[in-house]
Design a protein around this ligand. Structure first.
Ligand code: PLP
Length: 354
């Protein structure tokens, strides 16, 4: 009998990431951009790749990419850390500043990967509650910090999956309370008004994470980054694998930033479409919450969320099924798509709820 290697005991209870990749006509489940990047972007990437020495390792420090991101945000290159998607940024933050004997604090419901990756890195997780309407009470948040003394505190703004934007007062209150390293996940930052990037400085323990996956329409590239104090970013370089960013990605990410106006136009169109979708949902028997992102959380009435999800799949429309997530009983989350995709979703939902 083979004595099979056993999984780390502390991973036994950790569930994987579940978002089914089904073959459907209308995909509104993972908050990707419904539009591809501009054609000019690919032409430029293609041209730049022609002179790349593929037999050589890429620039380990991803200097040109860091410079471009720093330029975009008006910070220094030393205040930027790029990685393979913002999920790898989060993992690096937890490896460097979390780990065994330390606690990461999150306010639920929020992006599941914050606590998930924390567990993978042996970081203890403290989950505190949001209010019924998914806002975060400042006093309660400060109380949680005092109670848990976290090494890392996570915020997500706009919050996935609720769509709520975290006001600046909450960020300041948490920093003043001594919340450890404050990580504000702004995967959807460009869809909303204010950004915690305004607060980033070398003497503030605050890191903002961003991704190319949503607003930059580049989920397939797997690129994200952190902006924060130079000394914190230096710590992230300590846990990154050598040459973790391949040469194609470095070029693709740098070139994309030259298409900032196109990105903003796309984001503007999606925000307008989000408002149209929200107005249409308001006419149906569903509960919704205000969103500052490119998705809307909703709870169908009276039919069960899980049944509605299945009925949508049968009509070749895929949304995110949050129906059995704690605190989100019966909820579904729909990504803002093209007007045609959203109309198909609305028509199907109307029919299902009739
Ligand atoms: C989509 C998403 C990410 C994922 O980012 P990648 O860059 O694709 O790894 C990070 N945080 C939140 C809140 C997200 O919704």
């Amino acid at each position: 009998m083979t004595d099979w290697p056993r999984l780390r005991a502390d991973l036994d209870l950790v569930e994987g990431y579940h978002s089914p990749q089904l073959d459907v006509t209308v995909r509104l489940n993972t908050n990707e951009s419904p539009y591809p990047p501009p054609p000019g972007w690919w032409d430029e990437v293609h041209a730049a790749l022609a002179s790349v020495p593929f037999h050589r390792y890429p620039d380990r420090g991803a200097g040109a990419l860091r410079d471009a991101i720093a330029g975009l945000h008006g910070v220094r290159a030393e205040q930027v850390f790029p990685a393979n998607g913002s999920n790898e940024v989060l993992q690096s933050l937890l490896l460097a500043y979390g780990g065994p004997g330390r606690t990461a604090l999150s306010f639920e419901p929020t992006y599941a990967l914050h606590s998930h990756i924390a567990q993978l890195t042996g970081t203890a997780v403290a989950e505190e509650e949001r209010e019924q309407d998914f806002t975060l009470d400042r006093q309660r948040a400060v109380g949680a910090v005092k109670r848990w003394q976290p090494a890392i505190t996570f915020l997500c703004s706009p919050n996935n999956p609720t769509g709520r934007v975290e006001p600046p007062e909450v960020v300041h209150a948490l920093l003043e309370a001594g919340c450890g390293l404050l990580v504000v996940d702004e995967a959807y930052g460009q869809f909303s008004g204010w950004s915690a990037l305004d607060v980033v400085a070398d003497d503030v323990p605050l890191v903002v994470t961003r991704t190319y996956s949503k607003t930059w329409a580049m989920a397939g590239v797997r690129l994200g980054y952190a902006v924060g104090p130079e000394r914190i970013m230096a710590g992230l370089d300590r846990v990154a694998l050598p040459y973790h960013l391949d040469v194609v990605k470095q070029v693709a990410g740098r070139v994309a930033l030259g298409y900032h106006a196109e990105m903003e136009a796309r984001v503007g169109a999606l925000v307008a479409e989000r408002e149209r979708l929200a107005a249409q949902l308001a006419l149906l028997p569903v509960e919704t919450w205000p969103s500052g992102a490119n998705f809307i959380l909703f709870r169908p009435r009276p039919r069960k969320g899980a049944e509605v999800w299945q009925a949508l799949v049968e009509r070749s429309i895929l949304v995110r099924n949050c129906a059995n997530w704690p605190r989100l009983e019966g909820c579904l989350r729909v990504t803002v798509g093209t007007p045609e995709e959203d109309d198909a979703f609305l028509a199907a939902l109307k029919e299902i709820l009739a």
